[in-house]
Design a protein. Sequence first.
Length: 77
Amino acid sequence: MLLVTRKSSTTFLVDMIRRLADMANTQFITTTFRPELVKVADKIYGVTHKNRVSHVNVVSKEDALDFIEHDQSHNTD
């Protein structure tokens, strides 16, 4: 019986995306709040909303990880 934890499945996904991107010279665009994916991203975009309009900006890994950490600390179950 194979047990896959959430962390190991995320790590598997990260490795698979990286291998496929390198082999096929392909880019993958994902949405995530998982730090494992953010840490290996080449470019990170943040989306903000103001006056019913979305704005997309490039953000640093540090800012993205800080946002995720802050979001997770406020959404504990």
